[in-house]
Design a protein around this ligand. Sequence first.
Ligand SMILES: Cc1ncc(COP(=O)(O)O)c(C=O)c1O
Length: 396
Amino acid sequence: MEDPPARSTQAFETEAIHAGEEPNLDPGGTGDLVSPIHLSSTFAMDEAGDPSHGYKYSRLGNPTREALDRRVATLSDAAHAMTFGSGMAAIATTCLTVLESGDHVVAFDGIYGGTKVLFDDYLAEHFDVSVEYVDATDVDAVADAVTPETALCWMESPTNPLLKLCDVEAIGEIADRHDAVLAVDNTFATPYFQHPLALGADVSVYSTTKYLNGHTDSIGGAVVTNDDGLADGIRFVQEYALGAMLAPFDCYLVLRGSKTLPLRMRQHEANATRVANYLTDHEKVTAVHYPGLESHPQHDLATRQMDGFGGVVSFEIDGGGAEARAFAESLDLFTLAVSLGSVESLIEHPASMSASYVPEAERLASGITDSLIRAPVGVESADDLIADLEAGLRHL
Ligand SMILES: Cc1ncc(COP(=O)(O)O)c(C=O)c1O
């Protein structure tokens, strides 16, 4: 593995605006401050073979995508970044690169439901991959689950929707001892609040649909790594085998959205903290899950491992599924919708929305109760958001 790139001397805020978009001031360059959207699917050559400008066909290389890849790599302090047509495409391409038929995977039992579908209904069904889910809040449970056949440890921190954490550094040491790849889904924390590669992960993924783009108008994903071999493998599967790249217009949107990532994340966190404290004190709320609260069972780990606590709060109301659903439907400013990580506040009832396809017993065992609500807190006025929640809770 290569040494990680030296941390640039520029601050995250500066890199978020400039990295990847250096104006071309050479003769023939146009000096665009903002990366142009290169829509061409193919590129003209002056003679057969490798063109001097380096581009042949957009699936194999596109200047707008390369600008975004450089931005994401810089913000993640990673040697390599690749951007994909969705977060799931990034996750699936990583798994299909790392795993071989018969391999064993150890996964956090709280990971995103779509990743579980990939493991259980696709990789296990078609490729004889076995997956053991563990409560990775307990490092010993991960150590006990790893076997000589374990090729991949798949973690997420914080998890969706219960905001559980895993100790990436400790799990990285376990994975290293067993020559397994540690992958961490960093969608919730973003590179602004957490650097899994610096903590010991081999690879980290994002759904750029969420905070990196941040404006509810693009589906995308990214993979970052410092491992040259892994990067070559993932790039080969992405470009030649699966073709799951992010389209140029979406690359432009993520380049634009990511410029304000630090500003947005700070406001998401400030608003989420206000909302979490408000809910904690409310008589109609029985539990609040937010890593920034001292009552969160892993608050110390969050303080150690993250530079901020993120913008998603989940909580349980005093009532059953019907009440929780009616509450979510009654809100005005929080829009009833799945997804997260955008400037708008959203609200969802996981039992009847994002986790509705999970068998009830399995859902309840994973902690997604009928009364659970997930609130990705946006960047509107916190006073207005709390007034909206108050009106909904009053009517319960
Ligand atoms: C933590 C996490 N990872 C991955 C994904 C998948 O991303 P996408 O919807 O962009 O495919 C999601 C989507 O909600 C998610 O929440």
